[in-house]
Design a binder for this molecule. Structure first.
Ligand SMILES: NC(=O)c1ccc[n+]([C@@H]2O[C@H](COP(=O)([O-])OP(=O)(O)OC[C@H]3O[C@@H](n4cnc5c(N)ncnc54)[C@H](O)[C@@H]3O)[C@@H](O)[C@H]2O)c1
Ligand SMILES: N[C@@H](CCC(=O)N[C@@H](CSCO)C(=O)NCC(=O)O)C(=O)O
Ligand SMILES: [Zn+2]
Ligand SMILES: [Zn+2]
Length: 379
C-alpha cells in the first residue's frame, strides 16, 4: 500500500467538548506501531453509548476525542508483530478486546480482557501511552479503543475481529456492539431456557436484540416495557409478545409485572441505563429464582439500590458487557449466523447517512423511529 508507514490525513468527526456539535476535521492518523492495526473504516453506526460519553456524563469521557465503536472496515496496514490480520482483510473493531492470554481471557469465566483496557479507558494506545490521532500537532483522544467516527483509525491487534469478506460491511457493522449485546445478554449471561417468561425494559436496538435472543431461546412470553408506545409495533417483529407502558399504570411497574405473571418473570433485562428502572427490573423477578441482567449504562454518580431481602429471597442481579461474547472469537461466528439468516441485522437499520451528517444522525437517535443509523464514511 502506498500509505503504509505514512501519516494519513483524512476526515473524522471530532468531539471538541461535551455536548458541542461534532466537527468534521482533517485529522492526521499515525502509522500503526508494534501490535497495532490501521483500519479504513467504511461504515459506522451510532450507539446510545456514544451519545452518553458525548453528553459529558461518562467518567471516562475525555475531550477532544473521536467517538464511535460500532463499525466495519478493511485493514490498511499493520504494525510489527501483527500476525492475525493483514492489509485487505475485512474486519470489525471490537471495543471489548480478546488477547486470549491474560488472566481474564484464560479464566473461562468472562469475556472481559485486561490486556489493553487501562489504555483504552484513558484514550491512548498501550505501547507509548499516546494517541495516533492529531490535528496540526494537537493530540485527539481515542475512544473505547475503536474511534470509528473517522475514515481511518488505529486499534490494538487484540481488538480486531477478521470476518468473511463476502459479508456486507454496511450491515455487519452493527455486529460491533448493540445486536450482539442484546443476543448475548440472553444466551451467555442469563442463559434463558425454553418456556421462560422474559421482561425487556427499553425497546431500542439492544432491547429488541434481547427480544430476538429470547425468542430464539424459546421463551414463552416476552413482555416489552417502554414509555414510548410507538416502539410497540416494530417490537412485534423481534418477538415481543406483550407490551406495557408504565405511563398507563398508577401502580409501580414491578407490581404490574408481578400481577401479570403469577408472581414475577423468570428473567428481566434493563436496556435503558436508568437506575430506577434497574431496581424495577430486579423486583419484577420471581421469588426464588428470577434473574435480572443490567445492560444499560448509567451516568457517573448514579447508583443502584434495592432491599437486600430481594436477593435473600433468591433473585439474582447480574450485568453484561458486549453480551458476554468473546469478541475476536465470536464476532466472526455472529457474521456467519447473519449470512445464514439465523439472526437479524438489516431490520435494526432505520436510517443511512454520511459521516458529514453525523450531527443529524445524533438528533435522529432521540426520535422514537430510529433504531440504528449507519454512516457511510467515504462518500
Ligand atoms: N452493556 C453493554 O455492553 C452495552 C452495549 C450497548 C449499549 N449499552 C447500553 O444499553 C442501553 C440501550 O442502548 P440502545 O442503543 O438500545 O438505546 P435506545 O436509546 O435506542 O433505547 C432505549 C429505549 O428505552 C426507552 N426508555 C427510556 N426511558 C424509559 C423508561 N423509564 N422506562 C421504559 N423505557 C424507557 C426509550 O424509549 C428507548 O426505546 C444504553 O444505556 C446503552 O448505553 C450497553
Ligand atoms: N466508561 C463507561 C463504561 C460504560 C460501559 O459500561 N461500557 C460497556 C460497553 S457500552 C457499549 O455501548 C462495557 O463494555 N463495559 C465494560 C468495559 O468498559 O470494560 C463508564 O464508566 O460509565
Ligand atoms: Zn455500543
Ligand atoms: Zn485478555
Amino acid at each position: 500500500m502506498a500509505t503504509t508507514g505514512q501519516f494519513i490525513t483524512c476526515k473524522a468527526a471530532v468531539a471538541w467538548e461535551a455536548n458541542k456539535p461534532l466537527v468534521i476535521e482533517d485529522v492526521q492518523v499515525a502509522p500503526p506501531q508494534a501490535g497495532e492495526v490501521r483500519i479504513k473504516i467504511l461504515f459506522t453506526a451510532l450507539c446510545h453509548t456514544d451519545a452518553y460519553t458525548w453528553s459529558g456524563k461518562d467518567p471516562e469521557g475525555l475531550f477532544p476525542c473521536i467517538l464511535g465503536h460500532e463499525a466495519a472496515g478493511i485493514v490498511e496496514s499493520v504494525g510489527e508483530g501483527v500476525t492475525e490480520v493483514q492489509p485487505g482483510d475485512h474486519v470489525i473493531p471490537c471495543y471489548q478486546a480478546e488477547c486470549k492470554e491474560c488472566k481474564f481471557c484464560r479464566s473461562g469465566k468472562t469475556n472481559l480482557c485486561g490486556k489493553v483496557r487501562a489504555a483504552t479507558g484513558v484514550g491512548v494506545m498501550m505501547s507509548d501511552r499516546k494517541s495516533r490521532f492529531s490535528i496540526n500537532g494537537t493530540p485527539i483522544y481515542h475512544f473505547m479503543g475503536t474511534s470509528t467516527f473517522s475514515q481511518y483509525t488505529v486499534v490494538h491487534d487484540v481488538s480486531v475481529a477478521k470476518i468473511d469478506p463476502v459479508a456486507p460491511l454496511e450491515k455487519v457493522c452493527l455486529l460491533g456492539c448493540g445486536v450482539p449485546t442484546g443476543l448475548g445478554a440472553v444466551w451467555n449471561t442469563a442463559k434463558v431456557e425454553s418456556g421462560s417468561i422474559v421482561a425487556v425494559f427499553g425497546l431500542g436496538t439492544v432491547g429488541l436484540a434481547v427480544a430476538e435472543g429470547a425468542k430464539a431461546a424459546g421463551a414463552s412470553r416476552i413482555i416489552g416495557i417502554d414509555i414510548d408506545s410507538k416502539k410497540f409495533d416494530v417490537a412485534k417483529n423481534f418477538g415481543v409478545t406483550e407490551f406495557v407502558n408504565p405511563k398507563d399504570h398508577e401502580k409501580p411497574i414491578q407490581q404490574v409485572l408481578v400481577d401479570l405473571t403469577d408472581g414475577g418473570v423468570d428473567y428481566s433485562f434493563e436496556c435503558i441505563g436508568n437506575v430506577s428502572v434497574m431496581r424495577a427490573a430486579l423486583e419484577c423477578c420471581h421469588k426464588g429464582w428470577g434473574t435480572s441482567v443490567i445492560v444499560g449504562v448509567a451516568a457517573s454518580g448514579q447508583e443502584i439500590s434495592t432491599r437486600p431481602f430481594q436477593l435473600v429471597t433468591g433473585r439474582v442481579w447480574k450485568g453484561t458487557a458486549f453480551g458476554g461474547f468473546k469478541s475476536r472469537s465470536q464476532v466472526p461466528w455472529l457474521v456467519e449466523k447473519y449470512m445464514k439468516k439465523e439472526i437479524k441485522v438489516d431490520e435494526y437499520i432505520t436510517h443511512n447517512l454520511t459521516l458529514g451528517e453525523i450531527n443529524e444522525a445524533f438528533d435522529l437517535m432521540h426520535e422514537g423511529g430510529c433504531l440504528r443509523c449507519v454512516l457511510a464514511t467515504h462518500v
